[in-house]
Design a protein around this ligand. Structure first.
Ligand SMILES: [Zn+2]
Length: 498
């Protein structure tokens, strides 16, 4: 018996070695043509005004929109390609404001999916694997129009509030201040003293901090301290109830390594049932006053509510996900399934999800600025694909299709202070453009009808976008998928900062 066990171990080790040595596919590169383009007779979607400008002529030269006119014109340009836009709709490139490039193999399986689905800019929220070096290089290579991927307009090198971060917050602010493209990601576990020390230092240095709302701190205080955004749709439910203080005290003790009694933690069911209008309105008012953004990532709550549903779990988009990620997701779904088993828990998860939608809609109505984000590579959140799902969720929440589109186009540009370049289809702006076959203001699902993409001065036709998806599916399956998974796993072991 011992002999067979030994053979099995040796065989397995060799298998891992072979997969580790198996070469990664070359990353995709951006096109580089010197063409300019004129899109003729197209309908331009103005999401902010909730209108369509019909029959426009849009001239793209280099990576900018050179001119837009309502009368036909023909620029004197030998390199110009004419594109028939009649009956089609033009929107700006989409932003995913809560994305994770997550692993060192992002160029093989994550970035092409963003581009294939029209996501041209992202805010990267860091993750558990340290890919800081790679991310900086990717950012440059993408801006240099080499590597195919979305621009990283802002990204977090640091997470503060987990147990693996730098303890000296002044150091963290110093490092972040050195690169204007970075910000500090706040995580749930940060305690009061460190949080407000960090906020003070960051505000003094003009450094942005954004992320989870800290479990042990009143979000009203966090908003007043200058946190730029709160992520995830549990924010209002956890804050707006009479048990909120007790909940914060529980987490304070837990994160301070004091003895805690699990029964001191208010049940989430009770928190949801005790929803308090006044506390909700109070937080909303403070967020409006401070211009604290809200990035609810409803797709992740939807997953929690549907984790028992085999049809949902058998998502055909799993073909774009390497086996290791699929295994982690499947394991998470089993956990959710167990969590949902006690009487009434399933209903609770559904209520939590739908209440979250309702509160996002109401907060938005009251003037809270909402950002579209996916938390992709969290279970069943697919890069690129889930951004369109999130837009649908935001419409379920009560935003109009135009307002949902704003949350993924012009609002992110305002967030980053880059409205001169991004967020609208206008002359002078960067020509990140999606040519759609159907009007997204009539039905938000029409953002998926991408016929062509313009990015960094190049045109990608539908066949190009399909080829990007095929490339990812190919990398994520068979021996390539396992080779990727082994590389991800080994990196996770090496750089996991938990
Ligand atoms: Zn996240």
């Amino acid at each position: 018996m011992m002999k067979y066990a030994l053979i099995a171990v040796v065989f397995f080790a060799l298998l891992i070695l072979v997969l580790w040595l198996y070469p990664l596919a070359e990353p995709l590169t951006q096109k580089s043509s010197d063409h300019s383009y004129i899109i003729k007779g197209v309908n331009i979607v103005d999401a902010e005004a909730d209108t369509v400008l019909h029959n426009q002529f849009v001239y793209i030269k280099g990576d900018r929109i050179e001119r837009i006119a309502s009368d036909a014109f023909t620029p004197d340009d030998a390199n110009m390609v004419q594109v028939e836009g009649t009956g089609k709709y033009l929107i700006p490139g989409l932003w995913d404001m809560h994305s994770h490039l997550a692993f060192q193999i992002a160029p093989q399986v994550i970035m092409p999916l963003h581009i294939a689905h029209g996501v041209t800019n992202i805010r990267d929220m860091q993750g558990i694997v340290n890919i800081n070096e790679e991310r900086r290089q990717w950012r440059q290579d993408i801006l240099a129009e080499k590597l195919l991927g979305p621009r990283l307009i802002g990204f977090a090198d640091e997470i503060v509030g987990a147990n693996y971060d730098e303890q000296d917050v002044v150091e963290v602010v110093n490092r972040t201040a050195a690169d204007p493209n970075t910000f500090i990601k706040i995580y749930s576990g940060i305690l009061s003293e460190r949080y407000f020390a960090l906020a003070k230092e960051a505000n003094a240095r003009g450094v942005v901090f954004a992320g989870h709302y800290p479990n042990a701190i009143n979000p009203i205080d966090a908003s007043n301290a200058g946190q730029r955004s709160f992520e995830h749709a549990h924010l209002f439910i956890k804050h707006a109830n009479p048990l909120a203080d007790q909940n914060r005290e529980y987490y304070r003790a837990l994160y301070s390594d004091e003895e805690v009694d699990a029964s001191d933690r208010p049940s989430v069911v009770a928190m949801l049932e005790g929803f308090d209008e006044e506390q909700f309105n109070e937080l909303v008012d403070v967020m409006v006053k401070n211009e604290t953004y809200f990035c609810p990532t409803h797709v992740t709550r939807r997953y929690e509510a549907l984790a028992y549903d085999q049809d949902f779990l058998d998502d055909p988009n799993l073909q774009y996900v390497p086996p290791l990620v699929a295994m982690i997701w499947s394991d998470d779904a089993s956990g959710m399934h167990e969590y949902a088993k006690p009487d009434g828990m399933q209903t609770y998860l559904e209520d939590f999800y739908t209440k979250g939608l309702e509160l996002t809609g109401r907060a938005h109505d009251s003037g809270v600025k909402v950002l579209a984000g996916t938390d992709s590579y969290d279970p069943y959140s697919f890069p690129g694909i889930s951004l369109h799902q999130e837009l649908e969720e935001l419409v379920k929440a009560g935003l109009t299709p135009a307002e949902a589109l704003v949350s993924a186009t012009s609002e992110p540009a305002v967030y980053f202070g880059v409205t001169a370049d991004y967020g609208r289809v206008e002359a002078g702006k960067v020509a990140d453009l999606l040519l759609l076959s159907k009007n997204p203001l009539e039905d938000i699902r029409n953002t998926r009808t991408i016929e062509r993409l313009y990015y960094n001065g190049n045109q990608y036709e539908k066949t190009d976008l399909e080829a990007m998806k095929t490339y990812v599916a190919d990398n994520a399956s068979g021996i390539k998928g396992w080779a990727l998974s082994v590389k991800m796993f080994l990196r996770l072991m090496k750089d996991n900062r938990h």
